[in-house]
Ligand binder design. Structure first.
Ligand SMILES: [Zn+2]
Length: 304
């Protein structure tokens, strides 16, 4: 079996950098908001119009925010306008109007209070994310998943390996590949050292040696003489979630299993973006008016 060469590893490093520097795949919240509020300049309008035409998810986000703005505009007018209006009405109709009860905004607050998690770092993390609409990623390495790392042999019949170019929470992750029915041998490397190897397996294999937290591994599959990803593509690469993030996630799931906002933000901090999106989407299903979380979710999607 061909082990990853230094060239492969250099290509991987470049690929991770490209992923980090890749242009945003989706519209971010600020762009959607500027568009909906009519503050977008012509460049941004054109970009949003073009993107929403081919991206259902962003089109839905635009529709959601637009609907939200319409609901909000039915709320009472700002105070100075109310005072002026009241004065005008008084002039016209005199005192009887004063007996009318004042209208009260009955809409629930858009923000769900932040509970005290008993941990200053979590309290600050959640407060920050809600205030800025963004989750600060704990790990300094570029951690984002990307199709760019699944090989250049694209197309519907290309053999695709997952996970690739992403972080995994488990130390014994399940490795899967598509578009290849023949049995293969799976090899996992750390640098040029082989860490694990399967027997003949089809479609998926669970790594049978615990991988080290925080470490980066490469893996590839072999069927007869064929290797995937096929050279010169670099092997698929994954990083195992670091110990601190893994401990935090386990503790949060144990202590606050129903706090999808906390869980989503912790997953986001660990750069486990797919899980973060799931949790925040669940939170929004239960609290549809939590606009602060809607903004975080939108920005997570933009970061991809
Ligand atoms: Zn989009």
């Amino acid at each position: 079996m061909r082990a990853p060469t230094n060239d492969d590893l250099a290509r991987n490093a470049r690929a991770w950098r490209d992923v980090f520097a890749a242009p945003e795949a989706h519209l971010d919240y600020e762009e959607v908001e500027a568009y909906v509020d009519g503050r977008a300049d012509s460049d941004l309008r054109a970009r949003v119009d073009e993107h929403r035409g081919r991206c259902e998810r962003c089109a839905q986000d635009i529709a959601d925010l637009d609907a939200e703005r319409r609901r909000a505009s039915r709320r009472p007018l700002p105070r100075p306008i109310l005072i002026a209006a009241a004065a005008a009405v008084l002039v016209l109709l005199f005192l009887p109007l004063l007996r009318r009860p004042a209208r009260v905004d009955s809409a629930p607050p858009a923000r769900i209070p932040i509970r005290d998690y008993g941990r200053a770092d979590w309290n600050a993390l959640v407060r920050n994310a809600l205030a800025t609409g963004r989750i600060e990623v704990a790990n300094p390495l570029p951690p984002f998943p990307s199709d760019a790392l699944r090989g250049s042999q694209d197309g519907p019949s290309a053999v695709r390996l997952e996970p690739a170019g992403t972080i995994v929470e488990s130390q014994t992750p399940a490795l899967t590949w598509s578009n290849l029915d023949a049995p293969v041998i799976v090899s996992v490397y750390r640098g040029e050292t082989r860490i694990a190897e399967s027997g003949p397996v089809s479609h998926q294999w669970t790594v049978d040696v615990p991988l080290q937290r925080g470490a980066i591994y490469q893996w590839q599959i072999r069927s007869g003489d064929a290797i995937y990803p096929a050279p010169p593509d670099p092997p698929a690469e994954l990083r195992v979630l670091d110990a601190r993030s893994a401990d935090d996630l386990a503790a949060a799931r144990r202590s606050f299993p129903n706090d999808h906002r906390l869980l989503g933000i912790l997953y986001g901090r660990a750069a486990l973006n797919a899980r973060a999106r799931e949790e925040l989407t669940e939170h929004l299903r239960l609290h549809p008016k939590d606009n602060a979380v809607r903004r975080i979710l939108q920005n997570l999607r933009a970061a991809r």
